[in-house]
Design a binder for this molecule. Structure first.
Ligand code: ADP
Length: 265
């Protein structure tokens, strides 16, 4: 705590008051430390792909360019690193927009059951791994007021993680539950899980349980941080449940009014 004192003095010279303003310096210092850590993380995240690209480009110009086997491989590496940097910068821009509140919520009433289903369909069509999908969705419509683009982003991030961390032959379960005043959405996989002590940290920016491994899988470390901001902007909550070696579930809620009547009737 930092204290600022102001003395209230009359013309006569008598002191008849004292104002003490207390500042929570620890909070300010924490914000400053977080900011410094964030900048250092961003620099580091960009430096890694850039130095990789530099060495591959150097090798290419030192002769590998004329090697029929090496050249396509080296070019492929630089392409992948470029893609990852683009993803990283796009994710950073999304977060910075959310931070500065410089975004609009384009909320519309959406049947969440068909919205969720169509996103699952898209992943099911595109998946190139032996992972099966199981859906536990209510057999009815559930209208929720959401920003579709933002919720699509949230589900994309969660589902691509579930696929990324699923074992060969694993199953992903998609569930949607209607509770009193909210809906609960969960995506559960049978992957390696997250150690208990890290379970809350996975929503922090740049936090990864295993840095080298997830970088190799192409992650930016920002997916769940973005999801958290977007769910908060909807007035919901997001958390993870996991048993190491057994799997992970990412669960979020969205406010929902079951009494909501169709205005068109
Ligand atoms: P990344 O781009 O690295 O996947 P995220 O913010 O999406 O970043 O996730 C942060 C970290 O949380 C991941 O690096 C990974 O360690 C862990 N994680 C997220 N989802 C899962 C999952 N389904 N199973 C296991 N670990 C996960």
């Amino acid at each position: 705590l930092r204290a600022n004192f102001s003395v209230i003095q009359r013309d006569t010279g008598f002191i008849n008051g004292l104002i003490v303003v207390l500042h929570d310096v620890t909070e300010e210092e924490k914000i400053e430390a977080d900011r410094r850590e964030f900048v250092s993380n961003v620099s580091h995240e960009l430096r890694t792909p850039l130095t990789t690209m530099r060495s591959y480009l150097e090798a290419l110009s030192d002769g590998a360019l004329h090697d029929k086997e090496l050249a396509p491989h080296f070019l492929n590496v630089t392409q992948n690193e470029t893609e990852r940097m683009i993803r990283l910068v796009n994710d950073l821009l999304k977060l910075s927009k959310m931070d500065s509140k410089d975004y609009e919520m384009n909320k519309t009433w959406v049947d969440f059951v068909s919205f969720f289903s169509s996103i699952i369909d898209r992943f099911e069509m595109a998946k190139d791994r032996n992972v099966s999908f199981r859906r536990q969705l209510p057999d009815k419509v559930i209208f929720v007021e959401i920003d579709e683009d933002k919720l699509t982003q949230v589900l994309d991030n969660i589902i691509s993680n579930a696929l990324k961390y699923s074992p060969e032959g694993g199953q992903i379960t998609f569930k949607l539950k209607e509770l009193d005043d909210k809906i609960e959405v969960s995506v559960r996989d049978q992957g390696l899980g997250i150690p208990k002590e890290n379970i809350e940290k996975v929503f922090d920016r740049f936090y990864r349980v295993d840095k080298a491994r997830t970088r190799r899988l192409g992650g930016t470390g920002l997916g769940l941080a973005i999801a958290k901001e977007m769910i908060a902007a909807h007035g919901g909550h997001i958390w993870a449940r996991s048993v190491e070696g057994k799997g992970t579930a990412i669960i979020f809620t969205l406010p929902y009014d079951p009494e909501q009547k169709d205005d068109w009737s």
